[in-house]
Design a protein around this ligand. Sequence first.
Ligand code: NDP
Length: 382
Amino acid sequence: MARKMLKDEDMAVADGGSYDYDLFVIGAGSGGVRGSRTSASFGAKVAICELPFNPISSDWQGGHGGTCVIRGCVPKKIMVYGASFWGEFEDSKNFGWEINGDINFNWKKLLENKTQEIVRLNGVYQRILGNSGVTMIEGAGSLVDAHTVEVTKPDSSKQRYTAKHILIATGSRAQRVNIPGKELAITSDEALSLEEVPKRAIILGGGYIAVEFASIWKGMGAEVDLFYRKELPLRGFDDEMRAIVASNLQGRGIRLHPGTNLSELSKTADGIKVVTDKGQELIADVVLFATGRKPNSQRLNLEAAGVEIDQIGAIKVDEYSRTSIPNIWAVGDVTNRINLTPVALMEATCFSVSDYSNLSPYQNGCVKFFFLCNSSNFTFNL
Ligand code: NDP
């Protein structure tokens, strides 16, 4: 369905005069990088802030590229490819291959190569931003008011920047279920950087991440138990397909526990003891919570500018990715719409702002680009 084309009067924001930047972006993941470099290519003066690089995210660590590149789709795919060879080696015997000698899997080698690749991509993202003329600032951004962002740098110093528009693209974080011993479990962040492949893995959740890690670890030789609340994994997908996925997971040797939740974790000499809500007790080397993600909005000081959030902390936006404050925008997982990288990219492409004061060929010509679209229909005004 097409949306209304925004005109200048719709775009009007209280203009307090001159700003350091036309656009300040908080978060250099998929959405933030796309939104900032596209806006810069239209002539806007853009700055972006991002935390220092680390494969495992925290309040003070992140990195250019964001979840998808550093601790999501990209490293996950590397591991999926790594794990897929096990079945191939087995199958090949039925097709005339005779494998003589040991076949060894070197987890450290795979991890090293995975880290090298995400470090490379982290550099690529920074180069793309630099080549687009975007100013990169390292640190955690938070709002001071509707036109001011304060960045806390890695050395704890703080600096303030003003901007006509602010784009929030801080993504989401893995969430843990609130049961006793939850701190003993890991999330997908840590699962992609484990020192050793677990011999006994227990996974809670029936979504993408749970199913993917069950297959990855099984493919690397682990014993895997997968627990989920529903009768079948992958809620929301076609039921027939869900049943086939469940049967294939079992076929690979993954033990499925439908309709079962975990109620307690505790540390023992032999590993992590897991108690289920059906009273079963199991021991594992690793317990993975793959129980969804929540918007990363807590430390943005949104209330200082009056930006509204919903009950789970997602920033409320309209169909144009505009928040409750007219010059503040948000894209990607922090808005909890459809939490997928290509969606964040599209939302950010649709949002692109440039301010006439920076477009020298059009000085005083009041040129504004707002590419506002949905996936099937672009409308834009110049
Ligand atoms: P999902 O939201 O897909 O699945 C969460 C799972 O955890 C569900 O099975 C849910 O159960 C279960 N769960 C939630 N809360 C609890 C609880 N308190 N106790 C027990 N179980 C619980 O999240 P994921 O973590 O798998 O993925 C996070 C995000 O990453 C998703 O948005 C996903 O789309 C995205 N992603 C995308 C990928 C891709 O594009 N290829 C790959 C991996 C992730 P129930 O169904 O019963 O509610």
